[in-house]
Design a protein around this ligand. Structure first.
Ligand code: ADP
Ligand code: MG
Length: 411
C-alpha cells in the first residue's frame, strides 16, 4: 500500500523512556552504547527517562505537557509501549495526544513492533543489535506514518488499546510460560514453543468476526494523507454499510457463516457514546453481554489449538505471523488453528512462521481471515489471554480495529 509520511520538525525534542529491567536488563547500556551516539551525531536533543516501576510510563504520559515533546521514544520491549499508548488514550485530550509520534527501540525480550517496523522498510530481516541500529537510524531520519490501534474489551467492561496482538491458547501460554526463560532474550519464544508442544492442549471456545471488505481501489481512496484527524463518523458509517453488503455477497466463501446458539443475532449498538469517554468509540461492537451482530461470521468449531489476532506483521523478532500486515492497513489479521493438528504439523507451522511462510504450506487446520472486529469466548473456566504479550483478564473478549489513529516513527 501507499504509505504516507510526514517528517518530524527540526530540531525535534525527544523523550526517551528506558525500562532498565527489560530484556536481559541491559537497556540502559544499549542506550548509552548504541543510541546516544546516534542521537548526538544527528543533533537530536533528547531527555532520558528511566522507568522505576510498572505503570510509571503510563502515569507520566497521562499527566505530562505533551506540547514540550515532538516524539516519545521507547527503549524496552513491547510492554512499555503498551503502557505509553494506553496512557495517551486516558487523557482528556486523547484525540490530539494519540497523534504524538512514537518511536520504538528494541531493548526487551519481546520486540515485535521493532521487528515489524524494520520489516516495513523492506530491509532484510535483522535481530539483536542490528535491529536496534536499524530502529535508531529510523528515529534519526524522523519519518512518521500512521499506526493502527485495536480497542479490546475485557469481561469486566474494561477497555484497553493494543498495537500488536491478542492471543489465546497455545501462543498465549507460550507467551506466559516463556517469561521464565527471559534470560535467553528473544529466543525465549522458541524455547517456550518447544516446551508447549510436548504438552499440546485443546482449548474450547467460540469465535466470531466481522470480515473486512475485499480490497478495491475505492477502499484505499478512503485513506486520507497525513497529518489527519480522527475518523469522522459519516466516513465510518459508509464503511460499515459497505462491510455489511460485501459480507452478504461473500458469505458463501465462509463455510461457517451460520450463527450458533450462543453467539446469536442482534442489532448494532446505536446508542450514543458517553460524552466523557476517552478514546475513540467502538461503532462495530455490540455489548459483550449481547450476541454478536447478525452480519458477523460465526466460526462453527469450538475446539482450537490457538487463536491469534495480529495487528502488525511480527509477533516476535523471529515470528513473522502476519506477512500481509502493514502498520496502518486497518485490519485485524485473524489466525486460528483448529484442534486435530499433529505436533509435527504445528511445529512445521511455527518453523515456517520464521520467514512468514506458514500460510502457504496448505495446512488444513490453519485458517486466516482479514477482519475489522472479532469476539472470542473461551469456554474452559481457566486459561490465559495475552494482549501485546502481557496477560489480561481471562474471559470473553472482543476487539475492533481503529485505522491509523496513532503515529509511528517508521520508514
Ligand atoms: P520485555 O520485553 O523485556 O518484557 P517490556 O517493555 O515488555 O520488556 O517490559 C516488561 C514489563 O516491565 C512491562 O509490563 C513494564 O510495564 C514493566 N516495567 C517498566 N519499567 C519497569 C521497572 N523499572 N521495573 C520493573 N518493571 C518495569
Ligand atoms: Mg514484554
Amino acid at each position: 500500500t501507499d504509505v504516507k509520511y510526514y517528517e518530524l520538525r527540526r530540531p525535534c525534542r525527544v523523550m526517551v523512556l528506558v525500562n532498565p529491567q527489560s530484556g536481559r536488563g541491559q537497556a540502559l547500556q544499549l542506550f548509552s552504547g548504541q543510541i546516544e551516539p546516534m542521537l548526538t551525531e544527528a543533533s537530536v536533543p533528547y531527555t532520558l527517562v528511566i522507568t522505576e516501576h510498572q505503570n510509571h510510563a503510563r502515569d507520566l504520559v497521562r499527566e505530562t505537557d505533551l506540547s514540550q515533546w515532538d516524539a516519545l521514544v521507547i527503549l524496552s520491549g513491547d510492554g512499555l509501549l503498551f503502557e505509553v499508548l494506553n496512557g495517551l488514550l486516558e487523557r482528556e485530550d486523547w484525540e490530539e495526544a494519540i497523534q504524538t509520534p512514537l518511536g520504538i527501540l528494541p531493548g526487551g525480550s519481546g520486540n515485535a513492533l521493532a521487528a515489524s517496523v524494520h520489516h516495513y522498510t523492506k530491509s532484510p530481516p535483522a535481530w539483536g543489535k542490528e535491529l536496534l541500529l536499524s530502529c535508531g537510524f529510523l528515529l534519526c531520519k524522523g519519518l512518521v506514518t500512521r499506526l493502527d490501534l485495536v480497542s479490546v474489551h475485557l469481561a469486566s467492561s474494561q477497555r484497553i488499546f493494543s498495537f500488536l496482538s491478542l492471543a489465546w491458547g497455545f501462543v498465549a501460554d507460550v507467551d506466559i510460560e516463556s517469561e521464565k526463560y527471559r534470560l535467553v532474550g528473544p529466543m525465549r519464544f522458541l524455547v517456550g514453543t518447544l516446551m508447549r508442544l510436548a504438552s499440546l492442549k485443546v482449548y474450547q471456545g467460540r469465535l466470531a468476526y466481522l470480515p473486512a471488505p475485499p480490497f478495491t481501489p475505492q477502499n484505499s481512496s478512503l485513506c486520507s494523507s497525513l497529518p489527519c484527524g480522527p475518523n469522522s463518523s459519516p466516513n465510518q458509517n459508509s464503511r460499515h454499510n459497505h462491510i455489511t453488503n460485501s459480507n452478504h455477497s461473500t458469505n458463501s466463501n465462509h463455510n461457517t457463516a451460520h450463527n450458533s446458539s450462543n453467539i446469536a443475532i442482534t442489532t448494532m449498538r446505536t446508542e450514543p457514546q458517553p460524552v466523557n469517554q476517552k478514546g475513540p468509540p467502538d461503532s462495530l461492537l455490540a455489548d459483550l453481554e449481547q450476541p454478536v451482530p447478525d452480519h458477523w461470521t460465526v466460526v462453527n468449531e469450538e475446539d482450537f489449538v490457538l487463536v491469534l489476532a495480529m495487528f502488525q506483521s511480527h509477533l516476535a523478532e523471529d515470528l513473522f505471523a502476519a506477512p500481509g500486515a502493514a502498520a496502518d492497513d486497518g485490519f485485524i489479521h485473524l489466525l486460528y488453528v483448529r484442534a486435530g493438528i499433529s505436533r509435527l504439523a504445528l511445529l512445521t507451522l511455527f518453523m515456517a512462521m520464521e520467514k512468514g511462510g506458514h500460510l502457504a504450506i496448505g495446512c488444513p487446520h490453519l485458517v486466516y481471515e482479514r477482519v475489522k472486529a472479532f469476539r472470542l469466548e473461551p469456554l474452559s473456566p481457566e486459561g490465559a489471554i495475552t494482549v501485546d504479550g502481557e496477560m489480561v483478564e481471562y474471559g470473553p473478549v472482543q476487539a475492533q480495529a481503529h485505522e491509523g489513529i496513532a503515529r509511528l516513527i517508521s520508514g
